[in-house]
Design a protein around this ligand. Structure first.
Ligand code: DX5
Ligand code: ZN
Length: 226
């Protein structure tokens, strides 16, 4: 199985929101992307941060932003995050009638486009859309809250996606999100994921940068079968 070197994306959902810039700097030099969870209290029950916070943070770090929109009507809001300088903007398949059109719009705005698949959504209907996307985020929990237990059965979707991506020679990152930690990342990597979001496992650690490096090491070894 050919898989590019793993990306680790700490989720600031698990950071101390009163010291966000500091928390972001704590993973600079170790993290590949910074995962930013935007929740609207409609698509998911939880409410987090929005565009003004992303705009302010953008000026505080060089890290590429991996914005995960858990919101209704992403067509209305997603391009604003691309304009704010997000590297990748991911929206949920369940919230969007025309994912390909929105992906085009995000790419035209200079961002990469990501499609997210929540716990109860099958992957098969979306496989043919993947050439329009740069990242595919497969939830390994139900979207909405950090600190939940990883659901190993959802890795079947990762395996399906990886087979499809490799067979079609697609340039697409397969990202997993939810419950990723030292005891779960290897199985996710072995299933074919090559980008790993980790909130609690990074910001719950005494040394967040060290936690990122450790996770990457585990993912690398699992992906190469070493
Ligand atoms: C939850 C978010 C996740 C969350 C993961 O819906 O999408 O990014 O921060 O948190 P952990 O790593 O604690 O499961
Ligand atoms: Zn997320």
């Amino acid at each position: 199985m050919t898989v590019p070197p793993p990306i680790v994306a700490p989720s600031i959902l698990a950071a101390d929101f009163s010291r966000l810039a500091e928390e972001v700097r704590a993973v600079e030099g170790a993290a590949d992307w910074l995962h930013v969870d935007v929740m609207d209290n409609h698509f998911v029950p939880n409410l987090t941060i929005g565009l003004p916070v992303v705009q302010s943070l953008r000026a505080a770090t060089e890290l590429p932003f991996d914005v995960h929109l858990m919101i209704n009507d992403p067509g209305r809001w997603a391009p604003g995050y691309a304009d704010a300088g997000a590297y990748n903007v991911t929206f949920h398949a369940e919230a969007c009638d025309d994912p390909v059109a929105l992906a085009k719009e995000l790419r035209a705005a200079g961002a990469k486009a990501g499609l997210a698949i929540d716990r109860d959504t099958p992957i098969e209907p979306y496989l043919d859309l993947l050439p329009s996307f740069d990242t595919l985020l497969i939830m390994t929990i139900k979207a909405g809250f950090g600190g939940q237990r990883f659901i190993p059965e959802l890795l079947e979707k990762v395996r399906t996606a990886r087979r499809h991506v490799n067979a079609g020679h697609l340039e697409l990152r397969i990202e997993v999100d939810g419950g990723i930690a030292a005891d779960t990342i290897e199985q996710a990597a072995a299933a074919g994921a090559d980008a790993f979001v980790a909130g609690t496992a990074v910001y719950g650690a005494d040394d967040p940068a060290e936690a990122v490096r450790r996770l990457r090491g585990l993912a690398e070894r699992a992906a190469t079968g070493a």
